[in-house]
Write a new protein. Structure first.
Length: 345
């Protein structure tokens, strides 16, 4: 029953202390994880960019993340460059995801599939209470400093889907990789207005479709983000969905999208299923009804290099968080478990 508990880690202290503790706890297992991940992706990666860019990328991070990475490297006894490459390889890859938010009895419920690589390395949660930062729960690979999905003690839920973009960060303006941006937002933002301010102040190195839910108020927003601009989408009839393309402006990256599990087909299927769910007179069976949407064969990615590696269903207002701890494709075959809220934070 509790075989997933070893997949949940809790750390408190300064960034260096948190990194050091995580590194000591993981030891040689962390290096095996990193090398397995990199080896699995290197055939599909711009290796020149990967080899030359990792350390300069790391040294351009805010000091708080450099300190945690340095502590992690020291604790695990592995080269700092290897840790930098582990995170930086995400800059060299494209991913797919599907997500929806629906209001049920005036409470916002989030459903999220993360389609990514090397699924056997995903299915972990990290609780971090960093000095001077808002405590967070992040869903990611074991030991990772950054996350594409998380919630903080202010009951602010954030996750992002990959978006292809055609611009660059504004010259002279601060900018971060999408997964670094989201991690920083979780640690510093208490509500959606503060998320918007952070979007204005800090550009991204890549595109992201940012899902934001404030569990204190059940406010919902989707932000379609280029590197230097963002556009807000609000729910019109109590629900909203998104996959991997822009809806607020013409997306020149789409091309021919008429194939199974394309971003447009996944969008239409998720739109239909979410609309039907929101239209029910009395929605029952949560989180099961949302899990079934994520596990639908028109939404879940089950074959190939890119696969649904983990899934989430959450109600930030009530603190209900359901997550797949291992097993893939995640929505249909994962080990769905409920996290106890707020797990010590």
């Amino acid at each position: 029953m509790n075989d997933h508990l070893h997949r949940i880690s809790t750390y408190r202290g300064t960034p260096h202390q948190v990194g050091l503790a995580a590194g000591k706890a993981l030891g040689a297992r962390l290096e095996r994880t990193i090398r397995h991940y990199i080896t699995s992706l290197e055939a599909y990666t711009d290796m020149h960019k990967f080899e030359e860019g990792a350390l300069p990328w790391l040294r351009g991070l805010p000091q708080r993340y450099q300190e945690e990475l340095e502590g992690l490297a020291l604790g695990a006894g592995i080269p700092l460059k290897l840790l930098a490459q582990w995170s930086f390889i995400e800059e060299c890859e494209k991913r797919g995801c599907s997500g929806a938010v629906v209001l049920v009895d005036d409470q916002a419920w989030v459903a999220r599939n993360n389609d990514t690589y090397v699924p056997e390395l995903w299915g972990y949660a990290a609780v971090k209470e960093l000095t001077g930062r808002i405590p967070t729960i992040a869903f990611t690979m074991e030991g990772d400093v950054f996350t594409p999905t998380g919630i903080n003690r202010e009951r602010l839920w954030l996750h992002y889907n990959f978006l292809e973009v055609w611009d660059a960060p504004s010259p002279g303006k601060p900018h971060l990789s999408a997964f670094v941006w989201l991690t920083a937002a979780l640690e510093t933002c208490s509500n959606i207005r503060e998320v918007e301010v952070f979007l204005d102040e800090t550009d991204r190195d890549s595109g992201m479709l940012l899902f934001a839910v404030d569990g204190k108020t059940n406010e919902i927003a989707l932000f379609e983000c280029l590197c230097a601009q963002h556009f807000r989408r609000d729910p019109q009839v109590g629900w909203i969905v998104g996959t991997n393309h822009f809806c607020t402006l013409n997306d020149p990256t789409l091309g021919d999208e008429d194939y199974p599990l394309s971003t447009t087909r996944r969008f239409r299927r998720m739109e239909d299923l979410t609309r039907d769910l929101a239209g029910e007179p009395k929605v029952s069976g949560l989180p099961g009804s949302l899990i079934r949407i994520l596990a639908d064969d028109g939404i879940e990615r089950r074959e190939g290099r890119l696969i649904t590696a983990y899934s989430n269903v959450a109600c930030p207002s009530t603190g209900e968080i359901w997550y797949t701890f291992g097993g893939y494709p995640a929505a249909s075959q994962g080990n769905w478990q409920r996290l106890e809220w707020p797990i010590g934070i």
